[in-house]
Ligand binder design. Structure first.
Ligand SMILES: NC(=O)c1ccc[n+]([C@@H]2O[C@H](COP(=O)([O-])OP(=O)(O)OC[C@H]3O[C@@H](n4cnc5c(N)ncnc54)[C@H](OP(=O)(O)O)[C@@H]3O)[C@@H](O)[C@H]2O)c1
Length: 353
């Protein structure tokens, strides 16, 4: 369903955690954009005003746990910001499509969903095509650094013989759930046991970005390797969400490799920290494309994950509404860009994000 000519997109939120609240703030500064409903599984949040929850003035949108009631509101698109896993967001994507709504999800596995579950993705893709709407998995990463930006950066390359990426990221403003799932706040033994047991994931979504990049650059990865190295706190450290004691993980270094013919073709070093002093960490992103005419790209300071992800979601909205129906990736979309905004108020609202 396309946006009406006379006004901007009408948005429904599924999930009102960090992403949902930041998108609420950001869209409140965009003329024409309207959030018309918001729903969550969290009963403690039901009945609250979404604007107030997001730290801005009340906007009259009352958060509900009733998905059907929310999806019955006339709208153009649903933003699903709940969890990282395709199978967990699939019922929300299906419900949106069945209401003839486009949908964006920040679930990392949805950035290239065929990798996790081809059958489920094909089913959602077909359903979206039948209903004439589009689905997209997007955020900052996956969604930008390791895929949209990387692919754009290969534009002037004669070849992309080898790709190397490095990100150093402050993850201290993610919720406690996310920081713990990443691997922050554990003793070394519990960190290593959690990695082995699959309860500590590190950053999710690199395989999706790597496979998408490989597909766009005409390659197929035939192996994938991943390793972790915990960084242990020597002093206590607290943020708004978590307290880490000496002897617990305050950062970690994750290395991923996408392999072709036994050799890494793409690799990344991802350092996630909450206390910069634990390793003299400075947020920074870099991409190196090696080949006939090499290209080295550095972003300093690195992209701020919360602001960047909220912007990627918000800036995707008109592109997803206009996209060809089906399950899309960022590689199918034109470059994302923000509309003009009342920047003086935006600066005020961006504080403490
Ligand atoms: N691609 C990217 O670059 C990118 C960027 C940002 C975020 N993400 C991902 O997007 C997701 C949301 O991020 P966030 O920062 O908003 O997280 P958050 O602050 O933890 O909020 C998530 C909200 O969704 C709810 N929720 C969690 N699992 C759910 C499920 N299975 N079904 C329904 N609701 C569920 C939570 O409810 P409770 O309060 O009941 O727990 C919470 O209210 C995370 O998985 C995150 O990793 C991806």
């Amino acid at each position: 369903m396309g946006a009406p000519e006379s006004s901007g997109p009408r948005v429904i939120l599924c999930g009102v955690g960090g992403v949902g609240r930041r998108v609420t703030r950001l869209l409140s500064f965009r003329p024409g954009y309207r959030i018309v409903a918001a729903y969550t599984r969290n009963r403690d949040l039901a009945g609250q005003d979404l604007g107030r929850l997001a730290g801005i003035e009340p906007n009259g949108v009352i958060v509900t746990t009733d998905r059907d009631a929310a999806l019955r509101q006339p709208a153009d698109i649903v933003i699903v910001a709940t969890t990282s896993f395709l199978r967990a967001v699939a019922p929300e994507l299906r419900a949106a499509v069945e209401h003839n709504l486009n949908a964006i999800t920040t679930a990392e596995e949805a950035a290239f969903p065929w990798l996790t579950d081809e059958t489920l993705t094909d089913e959602l893709d077909q359903l979206a095509q039948d209903r004439g709407v589009s689905l997209l998995g997007v955020g900052l990463n996956p969604g930008f650094i390791f895929d949209a930006l990387l692919l754009t950066a290969t534009g002037p390359a004669w070849d992309a013989r080898r790709i190397r990426i490095r990100r150093v990221v402050d993850v201290s403003r993610f919720s406690a759930t996310i920081q713990r799932r990443l691997g922050i706040g554990f003793s070394r033994e519990r960190f290593e046991a959690g990695v082995r047991a699959g309860t500590i994931f590190g950053h999710i979504g690199f395989p999706q970005s790597f496979h998408l990049a490989a597909k766009c650059l005409g390659r197929t990865l035939d192996d994938y390797r991943k390793s972790f190295e915990p960084v242990i706190a020597e002093r206590p450290f607290s943020n708004d969400f978590l307290t880490v004691q000496p002897g617990q993980t305050v950062a970690f270094i994750q290395r991923d490799e996408g392999v072709i013919g036994g050799e890494p073709w793409i690799d990344s070093e991802f350092i996630a920290f909450i206390d910069p002093s634990a390793g003299d960490f400075v947020a920074q992103d870099s991409i190196s494309i090696q080949g006939y005419n090499p290209l080295n790209l550095t972003i300093r300071p690195g992209c701020q994950p919360q602001l960047g992800s909220a912007a990627m979601v918000a800036n995707s909205i008109p592109k997803v509404i206009a996209a060809a129906p089906g399950f899309r990736t960022v590689a199918d979309l034109p470059p994302l860009c923000p509309p003009p905004t009342q920047s003086d108020r935006l600066a005020e609202a961006a504080r403490n994000w």
